[in-house]
Design a protein around this ligand. Structure first.
Ligand code: TYD
Ligand code: MG
Length: 454
């Protein structure tokens, strides 16, 4: 057997090195490299000494009671959590600084506390008086929440052992600091250690733990991504600056569907739930104008209508601009290429700006056809009918592919007063509930019918 040599690992970034040095080449941190015991790779040889015990195995059909859940009463939050907060679960809520994470979680904590959940809110970023002031302003001061301002993980864990709450919020995980770990607060090793301790506590004591994590510019302090694998549920709180609404998006959930969203609006009195997001996203729509198309989308389990806006203008640049906000820019490049090579509609020499109104992000490929419609409408300077919604995926051949949940999309559109829809042929839906549905096979037919081009 080849001799296992020791490896040296950087505690800041995790890079491994063949020998010790004072500074990590990978991340530039000083004094962060430590020797790690080699791990034997020969089967069986790694476990010397006493024999382990046999673990009990069960069949897959063993009846399991569903996990105990408690609802906050904030419906948008409960839905994203998969129907309420699961006891002993660990949740990470990430988002840009200033987006409203502390506001959301303070409101959620108060709602849970009013339902009889024993809840603690530990702030490592703001003084207790600041949090109290915010709570008073939001009308939450009467909720029975235990508030602490602390960053020492040891003191927090001791407090949790004594208090045994049902729920604890840690705002934020990046400010927590463990004296067992020899690096600065906010470093990867501190972040991992703090998350590990808190998640273990959750599992051991049956406490639900919600960790707040700032998404940061690369290289400053460690982002919450490095602890995503440790927690049960990962939620991201997103929104555009200058827009009032905020979207809470589940990107991982061991206890419910991922990709579910909750919509909130930031008001002077905290975050208000938005029960009908389509109406909100379409509220700024004025008279029918060239470059605007309404996309009937699905976010998680819910249909959401959004307006896709395009502007096409002659470019003075050698390589014209392609500015895309709220949609996948790679997909838009593909759509432009398909329009050019399959439909003979060039966008060379034209600047293209594409945007989802209101700061919403759309990731579904089903938005392809609506994006193409907005682009064509802008280029041809022809407005689409105001009562029309569009959905469907575009393949590289220019064929339109049907997408899921067509019936739900149509129902939502009908509810909001739309009366016609365009969808790919093969769409499993009929023009129900007063909607007239046109099914088209490919992009060439679509451009021909809508704009007389192609
Ligand atoms: P905050 O929850 O502190 O953000 P985070 O914890 O993600 O860093 O939110 C800060 C922003 O929210 C701040 O710019 C002010 C705004 N805000 C309101 O508009 N209304 C309110 O009632 C509150 C509490 C905050
Ligand atoms: Mg905060």
């Amino acid at each position: 057997m080849a001799k296992q040599s020791a490896i040296f690992r950087c505690a800041e970034c995790g890079a491994t090195h063949a020998k010790w040095s004072g500074r990590c080449d990978a991340c530039g941190a000083w004094n962060s490299i430590h020797e790690e015991a080699p791990i034997s790779t020969t089967p069986g040889s790694g476990m010397k000494g006493a024999k382990g015990k046999v673990i009990p195995l069960t069949a897959l059909d063993t009846k399991e009671t569903p996990p105990a859940r408690v609802k906050s009463g904030m419906e948008e939050l409960d839905r994203v959590l998969g129907g309420g907060l699961v006891a002993a679960s660990a949740v990470l809520v990430g988002g840009d600084p200033g987006i409203g994470k502390s506001t959301l979680l303070l409101q959620a904590t108060a709602s849970f506390a009013r339902k009889g959940v024993k809840a603690l809110y530990i702030s490592g970023e703001e003084a207790a008086s600041q949090v109290r002031m915010r709570a008073q302003r939001l009308g939450l001061a009467d909720a029975p929440v235990g508030l602490g301002a602390e960053t020492s993980l040891r003191d927090i864990l001791t407090t949790l052992e004594t208090e045994r709450p049902d729920l604890v919020i840690i705002d934020s995980i990046q400010t927590m600091w463990s004296d067992n770990v020899d690096s600065a607060p906010g470093s990867v090793s501190q972040l991992r250690a703090a998350a590990h301790e808190l998640v273990s506590f959750a599992k051991k004591r049956g406490t639900a733990v919600i960790l707040v994590g700032h998404v940061t510019k690369e290289g400053q302090i460690a982002g919450p991504r490095v602890i995503e694998h440790m927690v049960d549920t990962v939620l991201y709180f997103e929104g555009e600056r200058g827009h009032q609404f905020r979207i809470l998006r589940a990107v991982k959930n061991r206890f419910g569907p991922a990709s579910e969203i909750g919509v909130f609006e930031m008001t002077g009195a905290g975050l208000a739930e938005v029960a009908n997001p389509s109406a909100l996203f379409l509220s700024e729509r004025g008279q029918p104008a060239p470059g605007s198309a309404v996309f009937a989308g699905i976010e998680g389990t819910r249909p959401v209508l959004t307006e896709i806006q395009a502007l096409v203008a002659p470019s003075t640049l050698a390589s014209p601009r392609r500015t895309v906000v709220g949609l996948d820019s790679g997909r838009i490049s593909t759509i432009l290429a398909v329009l050019e090579s399959r439909c003979g509609i060039p966008f060379a020499g034209l600047d293209v700006f594409l945007n989802v109104a209101g700061g919403m992000k759309v990731v579904e490929p089903a938005a392809d056809l609506a994006a193409a419609a907005a682009l064509l409408s802008a280029r041809e300077d022809v407005a689409l009918p105001a009562d029309m919604v569009i959905f469907g995926e575009i393949s590289l051949s220019g064929a339109l592919r049907p997408v899921g949940q067509a019936e739900n999309r149509l129902k939502e559109a009908a509810k909001l007063g739309f009366s016609q829809a365009i969808a790919p042929s093969g769409t499993k839906a009929e023009g129900s509930s007063g909607m007239s549905l046109r099914k088209l096979g490919d992009l060439v037919t679509f451009t021909g019918e809508m704009f007389g081009a192609g």
